[in-house]
Design a binder for this molecule. Structure first.
Ligand code: 0X9
Ligand code: ZN
Length: 315
């Protein structure tokens, strides 16, 4: 259970019932499915909004790869709530849902999330619960373990796992993303992976300081940076290439881009610094700090038909 002043956060059971309620109230536009199970057997829930089709761009939001970053689960729940409750009444929301498919995985790491709160006191847990724990955001398969941006020691907080996708949680998200390749084309065009904290908008690659790399041209870098800065202008976060923070290898955004050409961003949410509660701000900030990203979410969705439009290209 969440400690006092954090009761407004959703634990895994509450996330599950919230998603069930959403699909029961909006069966016309929302579907709930499990993309597989975590190491301890919890369902990895996927909530999809909108009707797929050959000309319907899809956008993916993933939350809570890191156990203690509970505010991100709330961010994903807000996205689910906003694009379902607003449908048919809010014309902007209705237009978005009629023209996009929105996929949300609110809890990529349910075992870690539950472990973090199991005693009623936060444990500052980050990883999944396989062995001593794998850092899921070091377990993805592009340049896995290449560059000093992760650890090979099982006890480390950035342990990359025994192999790329050794964690069932990353493997199942990988499989889901692969399943959106329809007729040889990846329908997911854009993605945000939500984290806390530092108030940053980050883009690939994380494994190298170079702005370009295999599969990421100077033009791609310009698209990433241009949209990244526009996203950051909506919420006051600081935009930069991910490696500008520090080098990471095996992170989700590098894989989304390199393996599928998905315009993938990592958002580090509130707070900006260790004041403000670090990983554990009180529930009183949830509304403000998730609403703060509504405009960024809407902007990403608006470009999803042709992200390079942000630099004046046509698709
Ligand atoms: O280290 C991480 O995985 C992220 N920071 S956190 O405090 N949430 O753990 C930052 C990842 C930045 N690098 C990439 N996104 N590639
Ligand atoms: Zn994180």
């Amino acid at each position: 259970a969440f400690p006092p002043n954090h009761q407004g956060y959703h634990d895994f059971a509450e996330v599950t019932s919230e998603l069930r309620r959403t699909v029961s109230e909006h069966p016309d536009i929302a579907r709930m499915s499990s993309i597989g199970a975590s190491h301890e057997g919890r369902d990895l829930w996927l909530l999809s909004i909108g009707t797929p089709g050959p000309d319907v761009p899809e956008v993916l939001f993933t939350c809570s790869q890191h156990a203690r970053e509970h505010l991100t689960t709330e961010m994903c729940l807000r996205i689910v709530e906003r694009f379902t409750d607003g449908y048919g009444t809010d014309p902007d929301i209705t237009r978005v849902v009629d023209g996009r498919v929105i996929h949300v995985v609110p809890v990529v790491n349910p075992d870690g999330k539950e472990y973090d709160i199991a005693t009623g006191q936060f444990r500052s847990w980050r990883k999944n619960r396989q062995g001593q724990g794998t850092d899921l955001n070091r377990n993805w398969g592009h340049q896995w373990g290449c560059c000093g941006g992760s650890s090979g020691s099982p006890g480390s907080s950035t342990y990359r796992g025994a192999a790329a996708f050794s964690a069932p949680e990353t493997a199942r998200v990988r499989d889901f993303v692969a399943s959106r390749v329809v007729g040889g084309e990846q329908r997911i065009t854009a993605h945000i992976d939500w984290h806390t904290y530092s108030e940053l908008v980050l883009w690939p690659y994380g494994y190298t300081y170079a702005e370009t790399g295999p599969g990421l041209t100077a033009r791609d870098a310009r698209v990433f940076a241009t949209l990244g800065r526009q996203l950051a202008a909506t919420n006051g976060y600081t935009p930069m290439q991910a490696s500008g923070l520090y080098i990471t290898d095996g992170s989700i955004d590098d894989w989304m881009w390199a393996a599928h050409g998905i315009w993938s961003y990592t958002f580090e949410m509130y707070p900006r610094g260790a004041g403000g509660g670090g990983f554990y701000p009180p529930d009183s900030v949830i509304e403000r700090e998730t609403a703060r990203n509504d405009e960024a979410v809407d902007l990403l969705l608006s470009y999803a038909d042709c992200v390079p439009r942000v630099i004046g290209e046509t698709c």
